[in-house]
Design a protein around this ligand. Structure first.
Ligand SMILES: NC(=O)c1ccc[n+]([C@@H]2O[C@H](COP(=O)([O-])OP(=O)(O)OC[C@H]3O[C@@H](n4cnc5c(N)ncnc54)[C@H](O)[C@@H]3O)[C@@H](O)[C@H]2O)c1
Length: 318
């Protein structure tokens, strides 16, 4: 049986990825410190259904601490590592710049240093569409020059550069995946779709940043999980790939869709656009289609319906 170490495995994407890998017959080791950026109870509930599975192991710890990493590598033979642990969230990065750099840059270095001496078959790094920043040729292709406009984006781009450097100097096999706004059941509570659905259900006013004409390429979590596993199993020695849905919707269009599906209004309070937010994200995915067979298949309406069903079930709403 092959073993996959997932850093940040108790988070939104990590918990879905763990479930899928367990179904596929892998042993999964979740390495997570239950960072308090959002409720630790949510993270516990993310992994409750798999916690007691025979092939699932939870290691509570911080990726920056080499002793915990040493323990994991002494205890298990790791075949693949998927690195999702991070300080996530664009706006929060301006409030906690040192934390973002420390976890996203030093934490990534800590893992890559370990793999320098104990290689794995593949290291998959969760990067982000935020690295494109003010690059303005749309859709974004991997060859585009990156100009991040948030500290979060800078930390992710630095992570990619570290990956490239460790690959070139030490031969570590790595795929960096630039995720485009991921959504679906268990989405982080600081993210748009979660906040919009909550505000409509709670009938509370919500700030909408900008005039509602900004656009996002939303990608359903199952498609992200599928692309991540394809990258893990690929023959690539080093690559940087976009994982997006490659279709966009304006913020107003998204709010209209949520209102239609919920049958209730969102009380919108339009305020100034936020520093660090990107005006538009749009993924060019021909490279990931060609190299790993990435093929996102969940349309936004279906994905939002799934999210709403999960939200209502989780919070006991009729
Ligand atoms: N969700 C998105 O739309 C999106 C988009 C682009 C990139 N990403 C990236 O994908 C990854 C997963 O995102 P997510 O939305 O699931 O976020 P998440 O916050 O739900 O998951 C991240 C997990 O990492 C853990 N973690 C944080 N710091 C840690 C540390 N020092 N040591 C160990 N564990 C630590 C957290 O406790 C959390 O469980 C992140 O790297 C994020 O930057 C996400």
């Amino acid at each position: 049986m092959e073993t996959v170490l997932i850093t940040g495995g108790a988070g939104f994407i990590g918990s879905h990825l763990s479930e899928q890998l367990l179904k596929m017959g892998y042993r999964v080791i979740c390495f997570d410190n239950f960072d308090p950026y959002y409720s630790q109870e949510i993270k516990k509930s993310n992994i409750r259904a798999i916690l007691h599975e025979d092939n699932y192991k939870l290691v509570y710890g911080d990726i920056r601490i080499q002793e915990t990493l040493n323990y994991i590598f002494d205890e298990y033979e790791i075949d693949y590592m998927i690195h999702l642990a991070a300080k996530a969230g664009v706006r929060n990065s301006f409030l906690h710049p040192f934390d973002y750099n420390d976890v996203n840059i030093n934490g990534t270095t800590s893992l890559l240093e370990k793999l320098r001496y104990i290689p794995v078959k593949k290291f998959v790094f969760a990067s982000s569409s935020s690295i494109y920043g003010s690059s303005n040729k749309l859709p974004y292709s991997e060859e585009e020059k990156c100009s991040p406009i948030s500290l979060y984006g800078v930390s992710k781009l630095t992570g990619e550069l570290l990956c490239k450097n460790y690959h070139e100097n030490f031969g570590t096999k790595i795929v960096c995946l630039r995720y485009f706004t991921v959504y679906g059941p268990r989405q982080r509570p600081d993210m748009g779709i979660y906040k919009f659905v909550k505000s409509a259900i709670d009938k509370e006013q919500i700030d909408i940043f900008g005039d509602g004409n900004s656009e996002r390429d939303y990608t359903y979590v199952d498609d992200i999980v599928d692309g991540t596993i394809k990258a893990m199993l690929s023959e690539l020695d080093f690559s940087v790939l976009n994982l997006g849905n490659s279709s966009t919707i304006s913020l107003n269009g998204l709010l209209d869709l949520i209102e239609e599906l919920l049958g209730s209004r969102i009380n919108r309070n339009y305020v100034d656009f936020k520093k660090g937010d990107m005006w538009k994200t749009y993924a060019e995915i021909s490279k990931s289609r060609r190299l790993i067979g990435f093929d996102p298949s969940t349309d936004l309406r279906t994905g939002i319906e799934n999210f709403i069903n999960w939200y209502k079930q989780t919070y006991c709403i009729q």
